[in-house]
Design a protein around this ligand. Structure first.
Ligand code: GLN
Ligand code: ZN
Length: 743
């Protein structure tokens, strides 16, 4: 009979208990003892959920106080010198200093860098290697958790990140691969410790097998696994891959001396049959058929038909699982109290996915009438890119420039902001009161109008050139549009960890998307009525709305994207007719949807860029379209950004201006349209000094022609206080004035 297991379970708790416990501890409100206890309870209930559902294996080692990659850095002794102080007395606080620079004890330090985990919205802490990097094993936390689960009576399968993926994720040395020989002994030692505890299987995660790997990394797999595979003794190794087809690495994965291989049958269903053919006589094939990254119920009948012949042939050497760790799913659908039944019955969160695996296991034990099912391969966009081919503004950028200059009469180096202004405690309170029906809609709207009026007044005093209304009506840039558009469903408790204690609650694209009525026009018009300066309309772009939602599985993502783009185009045109002639369409998540494999980039960009362009394809030449992105490493997607052809892009760069500037310097024509590289970092509470801003602007002006240069912060200001915003923007506007006079 097929066996069931998962690659990992969410650790935030069904009601975000971990978040609450962490934050209370960080604020100094609770003791470390209380935090440790909360963690233990979450682990225990996660394991219990797996065994109650009837899984054959219970996964251990997926819990983390902040991040699983950081767990490994501590396990292997990859801890920068700046974190060593006070570590002996308080290990957990050292962990939090590594993660966030601060802990209740010890001095603040610069935290580890954080970056996105493959193509998910989860962020991991980047291991920092040095040239003299030595590794040493400190596996106590993992062994403790294994014992904890064993005491609970569980049949445990610990999960550990594989050595190549761990090295790949790190930074700080020219070749992390050179560190491999000194890292491997830690694995050998760890395996013998686990074997001593009676562990039979270890899951080794090597998701980089789904990437375009350089040849030396591919061949390093062979040497590394020959060593650790042979040394694993009685322990069985399950090599886990996910997020992507393995393609040229498929054969490699199965040729390694491991006892089983897991493949992601959501992202790589076309590889299932080849995987079966490549399987060694004793090897286990783990098929990840329940989507670990979405919230829809699995089509168990389909998987029964597909897997039945394999189940018959392989018996208990077929394992069934979710495609990837359930870390990327919300926790428990039973906690959703307000979703209508007809919606709820289509959904499965992590806990329900456990049940699905067990149901599938028993379905595989039953007879099926037909076992012929075609597995459709890949994630190819349909006709969207085709349809969008010629939908773009009539005039090219160079023709639009004089028309826009005439209409807007902006000074050189125009100043603006990215959209949001502080979401004050009062504003949050009023929104909460409104949601709880404690205040009337009329009172709520009046309060929002007052916030907008205040934002406009302050911007006029500061002397900004292009104003914004401040986004007081939005708590979240995707949720807000999702709530106004038809086709979205909002969950009450569908939280997914983004990083540390931060969780996001993506809306669900439930059906076809359309715009029943104008969304932002009233707010923007109201703001515009208060000032003679132009007020910039503010929309979230189609690609970002898509990438930050749970997508449908019955149509290709590009089709939903086009539906959103259609709705937004109506909004853009309504704004234009209402006299809002500068409109920003934010696409901070454009990069997030980029496929992991380079060969698929072109397809993605053809529809993603097409959808963006579609939203503003009908506007007049004098209407100025802005877009905004906030990540620094965009060299790889520079061509796509250019082809968005927004009149103006504002983009994060303060934390890495040199990298951004070199991306322009590397292009023969630089960035061809107007650009506002953020000149200060809004993530920090520090107010940038005027002189510093002048210097930065001048440096940027060496690379970007001044007639195409805008002046703005890195991102929206909603997380800052008005005091910080006022002083920072004043310095920014003054800096622009200073540089203007020197030109
Ligand atoms: N307009 C949005 C804001 O200012 C953009 C947010 C973002 O880039 N993530 O808040
Ligand atoms: Zn931003």
């Amino acid at each position: 009979m097929a066996q069931t297991h998962i690659l990992g379970y969410p650790r935030i708790g069904a009601n975000r208990e971990l978040k609450k416990a962490q934050e209370a501890y960080w604020r100094g409100e609770t003791s470390q003892q209380q935090l440790l206890q909360e963690g233990e309870e979450i682990r225990r209930s996660n394991w219990q959920a797996q065994s109650d559902a009837g899984l054959d294996w219970v996964t251990v080692g997926d819990f983390a106080w902040y991040d699983q990659v950081l767990n490994h850095s501590l396990m292997f002794g990859v801890v920068g010198d700046r974190f060593s102080e006070g570590a002996a007395e308080n290990k957990l606080d050292q962990y939090f200093r590594l993660a966030r620079g601060r802990a209740p004890s010890g001095q603040p330090v610069a935290a580890s860098a954080m970056t996105k985990w493959f193509d998910t919205n989860y962020h991991y802490l980047v291991p920092e290697f040095t040239d003299q990097q030595a590794f040493s094993l400190d596996s106590e936390w993992l062994l403790d958790e294994v014992r904890e689960a064993q005491v609970q009576g569980q049949k445990v399968k610990p999960v550990v990140m594989g050595p190549l993926t761990y090295l790949w994720l790190g930074r700080g040395v020219d070749s992390a691969l050179a560190l491999l020989p000194s890292l491997l002994p830690c694995y050998t030692q760890l395996f013998s410790q686990l074997a001593d505890l009676g562990v039979e299987w270890v899951q080794l995660d090597e998701p980089i097998l789904g990437l375009d790997l350089p040849e030396e990394w591919r061949s390093a797999f062979i040497g590394a696994y020959k060593g650790i595979g042979a040394d694993s003794g009685s322990l069985n190794l399950l090599l886990a891959t996910y997020f992507s087809p393995l393609r040229e690495n498929l054969q490699l994965a199965f040729s390694l001396p491991v006892d089983g291989v897991h493949i992601d049958c959501i992202r790589a269903s076309e590889e299932l049959n080849t995987a079966r053919d490549l399987l060694g006589d004793k090897q286990v094939l783990s098929a990840g058929v329940v989507n670990g990254r979405n919230i829809w119920r699995a089509d168990l009948d389909k998987w029964q038909r597909v897997l039945k012949p394999m189940a018959e042939k392989l018996g208990d050497r077929l394992w069934i699982s979710a495609s990837c760790s359930l870390l990327h799913s919300p926790v428990d659908l039973d906690t959703e109290t307000s979703l209508p039944v007809e919606q709820k019955q289509k959904l499965a969160y992590a806990r329900q996915k456990l049940d699905e695996l067990v149901q599938l296991q028993s379905l595989l034990d039953q007879e099926v009438s037909t076992t012929v099912t075609e597995l459709k391969s890949g994630d190819k966009s349909g006709s969207v890119a085709q349809q969008l081919r010629d939908t773009w503004r009539e005039q090219g950028y160079l023709e639009r420039v004089p028309v826009q200059a005439e209409r807007w009469q902006l000074p050189l180096l125009p100043t603006t902001t990215i959209g949001s202004f502080p979401q004050t405690d009062l504003l949050r309170k009023v929104r909460r009161q409104y949601r709880n029906s404690e205040i009337s809609e009329k009172d709520y709207l009046e309060h929002l109008r007052a916030e907008i009026a205040e934002a406009i007044r302050r911007q006029e005093i500061l002397g900004l050139d292009v104003l914004v209304h401040g986004e007081a009506e939005r708590n979240d840039m995707v949720e807000y549009f999702g709530e106004q558009l038809d086709g979205f469903v909002h969950t009450g408790n569908g939280w997914v960890q983004s990083y540390g204690s931060r969780c996001v609650k993506p809306p669900i694209i439930f059906g076809d998307i359309s715009r029943p009525q104008a969304i932002t026009v009233e707010w923007s018009s109201y703001a515009q009525s208060l000032t003679k300066k132009p007020v910039k309309g503010m929309l979230t772009g189609p690609v970002t709305i898509l990438n930050w939602s749970f997508p449908r599985e019955d149509i290709h993502r590009s089709e939903s994207c086009l539906q959103i783009a259609r709705a937004l185009r109506e909004e853009v045109l309504d704004l234009e007719s209402a006299g809002i002639g500068i409109i920003q369409i934010d696409e901070p998540a454009l990069r997030e949807g980029v496929p992991l494999r380079e060969s698929e980039h072109a397809d993605y960009f053809s529809w993603a860029v097409g959808c963006f362009r579609y939203t503003c394809s009908e506007v007049k030449a004098e209407t100025q379209i802005h877009t905004h992105m906030c990540y620094s490493n965009f060299n790889a997607i520079m061509d796509a950004i250019v082809s968005l052809d927004a009149d103006v892009i504002t983009i994060e760069s303060a934390r890495s201006d040199l990298r951004l500037l070199s991306a322009f310097a590397d292009r023969s024509d630089g960035y061809p349209n107007e650009i506002g590289p953020g000149i200060y970092d809004i993530h920090s509470p520090n107010v940038p000094e005027r002189g510093e801003l002048v210097d930065r602007l001048k440096k940027i002006a060496e690379v970007v022609p001044v007639e195409r240069l805008w002046v703005n912060p890195d991102c929206g200001l909603k997380t800052r206080s008005w005091a910080e915003v006022g002083s920072s923007l004043l310095n920014m506007v003054e800096a622009a004035r200073t540089v203007r006079t020197e030109l």
